[in-house]
Design a binder for this molecule. Structure first.
Ligand SMILES: Cc1ncc(COP(=O)(O)O)c(C=O)c1O
Length: 404
């Protein structure tokens, strides 16, 4: 091989477990095997949960009517306004100008990290967590420190662990609610306590990733911004999960700045937003249709997700070698592997299951090497018939490899 042009250490260190396991799955598919993929949190990958037709129509109409140009960098005014109204319904006085439309929450995260982090700064994020919270901060010389979600107590946030890890270098304190990968829902009491901790650190912003807020099955989910009268909060949300259109790549950040501390960060974010032009214009119009139309359909979708969750919980209860904490939201289960052979090496379990039974899950250590290990994440959006086959195969695999 010729001498290679060096890759940056930033890029060479990036891992994204959810998609990394797709590589061996594709190799098996190339050999003609059919894989049951329960790895990706994309509702469209599972038949039966399509993007609602009125949203698709609005997107298509936008294309046909020539809305194919750039939009304003912060988002279409009508969409910013509809989002602000939605956030106000969640309990805080969002103004249109507090809302910035992005290419999904993932772009919003990159912009927030770029606007806030310097060398030596820290992001305090739940462990386990959605991988970009770990992957991106290092690009700015910062690091991600994890606070513990308690796997013996429904993956509840460990407030003492947060308090013990806070210092002046923690510039972003992240709450994902409901949580990916555990499905935990955090209620008012814990959020109040988290804000109480953040209150002592004047340079700390709370990042509230609420992208699964419409998939709360407990009724306990509450907007972090709605509970803060002083601590700055950036709320994140979008079209991907609750509106079932992740491929549109539309999301937003909304800045709640009750004590007037975000002027410089806001200016930095606006500069970054202008420099990357804008989010997709027709997709914004599709999202607008979703926000401004009747949302009765969401309840029906949610009921299906809940039924499938209950089916999975019942199956897991019957299978020796698996345990799970009851997820209260989102569409993930973070399943504990109780056999010491697998709990020591969850990736070997995922790769073995894929190879032998053609079922694809994600290894828990991909969501946190320390706090996620010994687990696997399952997306339970596939139909009950598909889930039934998947669990039969998982059970067979566990039996085949049981020691003693
Ligand atoms: C917690 C969390 N935040 C953000 C995202 C991605 O959001 P978007 O599609 O808007 O980039 C995901 C996707 O799985 C997620 O789980």
């Amino acid at each position: 091989m010729s001498a290679q042009i060096p890759v940056s250490s930033r890029a060479a260190n990036i891992e994204y477990a959810i998609r990394d396991v797709v590589v061996p799955a594709m190799a098996l598919e190339a050999q003609g095997h059919e894989i049951i993929k329960l790895n990706i949190g994309d509702p469209i990958a599972y038949p039966g949960l399509p993007t609602p037709p009125h949203m698709v129509d609005a997107y298509a109409k936008a294309l046909r009517e020539g809305h194919n140009g750039y939009s304003p960098s912060y988002g279409l005014p009508a969409l910013r306004s509809a989002i602000a109204e939605d956030e106000r319904r969640k309990g805080w006085p969002a103004r249109d100008e507090d809302v910035y439309v992005c290419h999904g929450v993932t772009e919003a995260l990159q912009l927030i990290f770029a606007a806030v982090l310097e060398t030596g700064h820290k992001v305090l994020a739940p462990g386990p967590h959605y991988p970009p919270y770990m992957a991106y901060p290092q690009m700015y010389g910062a690091s991600t420190v994890e606070y513990r979600l308690d796997d013996d107590d429904g993956w509840k946030i460990d407030l003492d662990d947060i308090a013990s890890k806070m210092d002046d270098d923690v510039r972003l304190l992240v709450l994902i609610n409901p949580n990916n990968p555990c499905g935990t829902v955090c209620g008012k009491e814990d959020i109040d306590a988290l804000l109480q901790i953040a209150r002592s650190y004047p340079n700390c912003i709370v990042v509230a990733d609420e992208i699964y807020d419409g998939l709360d099955f407990t009724g306990r989910q509450v907007s972090v911004a709605s509970l803060s009268n002083d601590v700055p909060v950036i709320s994140l949300n979008g079209v991907s999960k609750v509106f079932y259109a992740p491929g549109w790549r539309i999301g937003y950040m909304a800045l709640h700045d009750p004590s007037g501390r975000l002027s410089l960060v806001r200016d930095g974010l606006e500069r970054l937003l202008r420099s990357r032009l804008c989010a997709s214009t027709p997709a914004q119009l599709g999202y607008l249709a979703g926000l401004t139309s009747d949302r009765g359909w969401m309840e029906e979708y949610k009921q299906r997700v809940v039924r499938q969750r209950d089916y999975c919980l019942a199956r897991i209860n019957e299978i020796e070698g698996l345990e799970v904490e009851h997820p209260g939201g989102a569409f993930y289960m973070f399943i504990r592997l109780t056999d010491p052979h697998w709990s020591k090496d969850d990736k070997a379990f995922v790769l073995g299951l894929l190879e032998e039974e053609h079922v694809l899950l994600v290894h828990g250590s991909g969501f946190s090497p320390r706090l996620g290990k010994g687990h696997v994440r399952m997306v339970y959006l596939a139909s009950e018939e598909v889930l039934e086959v998947a669990f039969d195969r998982i059970e067979r695999f566990l039996q085949r490899h049981r020691k003693g």
